[in-house]
Design a protein around this ligand. Sequence first.
Ligand code: SF4
Length: 488
Amino acid sequence: MESISTFDIFKIGVGPSSSHTMGPWRAAEAFCKYLAVKNVLGHVSRVKCDLYGSLAKTGIGHGTDIAVMLGLGGEDPVTCDTSGIDARIAAIRDAGRLRLAGSRGIAFDYERDILFNKSESLPFHPNGMTLTAYLEPDSGHAAASISQTYFSIGGGFIVQEHSDAPPSHHVKLPFPIETGDDLLRHCQQQGKSIPEIAIANELAWRNEDQVRAGVLNIWHVMLECIHRGCHTPGTLPGGLNVTRRASGMNEGLLAEKTSFDPAAVTHETAANLEVWRSAVRSCRQDFAHTLKWVSCFALAVNEENAAFGRVVTAPTNGAAGVIPAVLCFYDMFSRPDEARIIDFMLAAAQVGILFKKGATISAAMGGCQAEIGVSSAMAAAGLVQAMGGSPARVLMAAEIAMEHHLGMTCDPIGGLVQIPCIERNTMGAIKAITAANIAMDSDPASAKVSLDGVIRTMWETAQDMNSKYKETADGGLAVNISVGISEC
Ligand code: SF4
């Protein structure tokens, strides 16, 4: 039984994709560590990366090549300067060299050393990649090269075909949870809420203060991402020429408050997150305006994600805007204390863990239901928890949110995480809020569909779904909309 932490589900990283950017980045890092363990890092003359299946088909649009170069170069996605990524990649390509693991310069020819094997897929998982290091003759290693194959299985998780789960996933939890029924049973037997059960399990890895501080840090990274996205106009990279819309919406909504000078307030709110937070809270809060703010928050995150900005994988990057948008909506308009923010995040993470264990959070395995659908279910659960709903209501909200995402395909135009992805986050957020409200007004005992039932259904739907709708850009909008760029 694998033990998954809240901090496995929420991870700070870089856009645009958890499976196609974060996973390959981590795989490249892992390969460098493997070379170090084998004592050959100082004898590598060249590294080649073969991408297969979905990683090959949508790799350029999802920045897989960039992630591999940064990972091989020893950069950390949690702390690296995202604003300089373009320049650093250009420098590697221009010089034909990269600093392996951040230390030793090796030759690196982009055309030769990153191969998109679009017609090949590895049987274990559609997101496969093989890294090969060619060794100098004096390496002392028996072979002239050394290879490892990794699979990016969604949410930034990587595995190897015959490897075990990482040691941290083997810890024994006081409340093992595989299904929604397990979670509910622990809550009922212990007389605890879902966040209380989650914290009891987190103590297997870290103390309670670290859990609370870590969760709040994740929330602040989400909030900073929304704030940045709400103040960054322009066009997204990749060739689709998609205009960023969150900053215009933010400016328009703030300007509707008559006492504001739009130019001055936008300047001030851009400079200071807390000033912006106060300004949003003082704006009109009728249904139409609140709805616009939720969309604005989600757009902001996913525009940052598409622009290789810093985001929180939640539980994926393509769907990174749903949970921040719903939590920001709750934060802005209900003004909760930190305890409720933490409760929201812990309950949301538990639902993400249930989907990861019972189905998938990989679009290459399950289409967009596995990304936007799961994030919507997580956000609905978090919101009900924060509003004081019972454990049964929390799970009911998650069920409702996923029920209305079942079968949703992944068909990113041009292989970029932009259309339909960015808008789709707004829809996931709105559905989450609706699901939470329905659950708060319903009797879970009379529900006909359980969360476990919908997770099982999602997994069966994923298995039946044609592979062209699983992050390949071979079907749906990706083939019906002509965009005039070559990728996919
Ligand atoms: S369509 Fe959905 S699953 Fe596919 S890349 Fe976009 S957000 Fe991710």
